[in-house]
Design a protein around this ligand. Sequence first.
Ligand SMILES: Nc1ncnc2c1ncn2[C@@H]1O[C@H](COP(=O)(O)OP(=O)(O)OP(=O)(O)O)[C@@H](O)[C@H]1O
Length: 663
Amino acid sequence: MEYKSEKRFPLDAKDYKLYEEVGEGVSATVYRALCVPLNEIVAIKVLDLEKCNNDLDGIRREVQTMSLINHPNVLRAHCSFTTGHSLWVVMPYMAGGSCLHIMKSLYPEGFEETVIATLLREVLKALVYLHAHGHIHRDVKAGNILIDSNGAVKLADFGVSACMFDTGDRQRSRNTFVGTPCWMAPEVMQQLHGYDFKADIWSFGITALELAHGHAPFSKYPPMKVLLMTLQNAPPGLDYERDKRFSKSFKELVGACLVKDPKKRPTSEKLLKHHFFKHARPTEYLSRTILDGLSPLGDRFRMLKEKEADLFERNKALYGDIEQLSQQEYIRGISAWNFNLEDLKNQAALDDDMPNAEDPSKQIDGYKDVENPAESLSLETSQETPTSNQEDGFNDLHDLESSLASFPIKPLQALKGCFDVCEDDASATSPRTMYQENGRTKGECSGQSSSMPCHVIAEHKKFFSGTLLPDNAVSPKRVIGDGDRDYQQSKFQSERNYSGPLLYREKRDGNNPSSAEDTSDGALVQRKGRFKVTSAELSPKGPTNCYFNQVCGGLTSPTTLNLTASTVLPSLQCILQQNAMQREEIIKLMKYVEQTSGKRAELADVGDLLQTAYASSRERELQSQVNYLQQSVGSLIEELQRQKVKNAQLERHLNSLARKDEE
Ligand SMILES: Nc1ncnc2c1ncn2[C@@H]1O[C@H](COP(=O)(O)OP(=O)(O)OP(=O)(O)O)[C@@H](O)[C@H]1O
């Protein structure tokens, strides 16, 4: 993991003097430091490798990416080395800090347009470079835009970047859920067809809004709600009334980036030619404007931390034990994920009480409350009724519920795969179940769990709700045997509330070795503290294009595999998924029977039957077919990528020859 830049920065911690803390991410602390032999001030990002137990690959990738890139607008590491249990990444010191920090210190309402244009142009140059070299940054946001004392702007943090030319497993991991929710493109959330560099263009658009307003759209909402709003509503934008101070060209630029269909978003190269950038100035302008009068980064950082701690205390006093408030996370530039449904419900309810919480149906950050049909993701749109049911204080919760009601099955499954949200969490998100819980629609019972009587669902929820899945409970990667099932069931009963503030909490409480994350399953491909990414697409459980449609029932035998891979694969995955769902349903049923009537003999019979069904050779056969087909598709995509790159190179070459000829 060691590498050096030309300047020969020493690879020994003894050669560096650490000064004050100037930044803190989920996975690292950043210090201002002196490189003694070179007498140069640097920034050192210190990552505790023990805390990053599952993400060594991610770290290696970040360091490798940082060593390979070479562009004035991309933060490049001088060198990196391990010392004790830590990895030290030595970087140029960016004395201005991040744009987020600057805004939080002096510009809470956002920057003026010339500053924004100047900043965004520099970021865009970085993106043009990264995209041309096959990288997707995946975490473009104000917190990752750093400024040095002269006003030079650099894009930082390659912790979650991906290579577009990655192949095999890594390529497939691009179908996973990476980024920070407010800045995350809808296609990244949806996980239907993977995503490409256009995901950065969406984040770039959100960043533009962030710089304009001082915060990203929806930043005060809990992650799940951000997700729903991003997927269901029209894209945010600059509002005609509220954002009068901004030019038409800025509004157009934002509009061009924040289009839900990634194909309709411009490339970074094209965007750089946008007439909005006529407003941009040389970067020294930044040092004369936004950096002017700023206190040293360390002081600002300390003040921000104090402010955060103060807010935390106040919120704690106001709301009891609820630690995770989006606003707080935002101040840190972090979005810790919390997929515990109970917590989310509480957060949703809390948001209504927050002084600046707005009704989501009103315009938020230029966000239009009426769904634009052209932009719609063809969801079963829920018409929110913001004024109803105010009296019970559950209005926001209802919004959340009704949003979840129209939330497509696939993203929910995607979430389940990515965040280990329990099957029951997913079903708990169904308003039917919630209403039953609230006693609102007793007697009504239809829909997904049609095979189970209402009371079974309600009863069952008592045992299962609010739990993030331990181990591979919903992962079809692992076929659950009898012993496992027992284990799983007892675990469900004894271990609740796995979710929560993830690393944020972990950071506050270092003595928490038994956090749920530590028990996370083997399918974890990336862990970024604020969230963890599991290999949804590495296993055949990946939510594919099927809503239990006819295709599912159409395929009865693997002998029909003379069809093309692309037609067969979804069907196989459907069957697997159905299998998994049925298994879950039966387990629920068993649980219910066990709890209510104690008919253990019957249960054993059902269990045996089940077991036989799961261990069936057919399922194994299908599984291996799926694996084989996935591999074939993987290598075909790989080949396609290679050809595309070659093609692009040839085209460039031809163009330059043609140009020379013309001259
Ligand atoms: N070279 C630098 N010079 C000055 N400040 C820096 C530098 N690198 C990082 N920082 C500060 O430290 C903070 C955390 O750094 P970084 O984003 O790399 O950590 P992380 O753990 O990857 O964070 P994240 O939560 O965004 O993933 C940044 O937001 C920035 O304010």
